[in-house]
Design a protein around this ligand. Structure first.
Ligand code: PEP
Ligand code: MG
Length: 325
């Protein structure tokens, strides 16, 4: 097994019929890059920037954030680094910030909703990311977009920050890609419209599952209902990928489902381009990719979409003996 892992590390994430997939990693702080490099991953598919804001007494300054983003971008050489603007609220609070008491924080003032209400903080972060983009292959991603106006507004603020950097003569990547997470059912249903206005999607299944099934992702009393195998979730993923490809943009996944070996063939069969995960899962996912042809995976995905329940789908996927590395 160790030997197999050693050969996997330097092999490509290629299907039996030579389709190349991107395997990237999720990180929360610059030091996490060690493990991304160690696994020889293709990039950082999700930098959860809110971790820079947690466990401290005040907001990080522009300079502090700039240094963190620049370090990650430089250490990844020219490989892509997707920085998600901060996703605070929901279950993540900041000790130094008065948060409104909410009955349903996951349905409340979270992520992009919070940022669009605190443009000062949002602009500081965008400035830091843009400045760092001069030192590597950085992309920006907005979390928790649920209505179209949020994307328009967020992009408008980004343009304002770019304009002021230009006026100050500060360098940034003019061609920087801007993407959004698809993690709400409304964004999934409007994916065809959103796809015309961004360079990429990344599917956040952790939230997409909770909102699609109306099941709190942290509530143990309903956790039996929380499943990435639910056909509604898989159909939603299919809709997102189809809409993205119609507009010729790439689509990744950075939720936990992206590293589920049982789902990897389904996701490739549906057309997913990029997988982003905890570094510990990289080799196993690469192995799964190498065991099948894209045609085989398309057939698996097609069959899976016929089922009515999570259980049937999971049992069907369990019959694929290649999941047992
Ligand atoms: C997700 O929702 O799938 C995701 C990747 O974001 P987070 O887990 O940080 O909410
Ligand atoms: Mg999320």
């Amino acid at each position: 097994r160790l030997q197999l892992f050693a050969t996997l590390k330097n092999s490509e994430a290629i299907t039996k019929d030579n389709v190349r997939l991107e395997i990237a990693c999720n990180i929360g702080k610059p030091a996490d890059v060690d493990r991304v490099i160690e696994k020889n991953a293709d990039g950082v598919g999700l930098f959860r920037s809110e971790f820079l804001y947690m466990n401290r007494n005040d907001f990080p300054s522009e300079e502090e954030q700039f240094n963190a983003y620049k370090t990650v971008a430089q250490r990844m050489k020219q490989k892509p680094v997707v920085i998600r603007t901060f996703d605070i609220g929901g279950d993540k609070e900041l000790s130094y910030l008065e948060f409104p008491k909410e009955m349903n924080p996951f349905l409340g003032c979270r992520a992009i909703r919070f940022c669009l209400g605190r443009i000062d903080l949002f602009k500081t972060q965008l400035r830091a990311i843009l400045r760092a983009s001069a030192f590597g292959n950085i992309k920006i991603m907005f979390p928790m977009i649920s209505v179209f106006e949020e994307l328009v507004y967020a992009k408008q603020i980004l343009e304002e920050v770019k304009e002021s950097l230009r006026n100050e003569g500060i360098a940034f990547n003019e061609g920087l890609e801007v993407g959004m997470m698809i993690e709400t059912p409304s964004a999934a249903l409007l994916a065809d419209i959103f796809a015309k206005h961004v360079d990429f999607f990344s599917i956040g299944t952790n939230d997409l599952i909770q909102y699609t099934l109306a099941v709190d992702r942290l509530n143990p009393h309903v956790s039996h209902l929380y499943s990435p195998y639910n056909p509604s979730v898989l159909r939603s993923i299919k809709n997102i990928i189809d809409a993205a490809h119609k507009e010729n943009i790439w689509v990744g996944m950075c939720g936990e489902a992206a590293s589920d070996p049982k789902l990897v063939p389904v996701l490739i069969g549906l057309g997913l381009d990029e997988f982003s995960m905890n570094p510990a899962s990289v080799l196993e996912v690469k192995w799964m990719i190498q065991q099948h042809s894209k045609e085989e995976m398309k057939a698996i995905a097609e069959q899976v979409l016929q089922f009515a329940t999570s259980d049937e789908i999971e049992r069907f996927l369990d019959t694929n003996e290649k999941i047992h590395l």
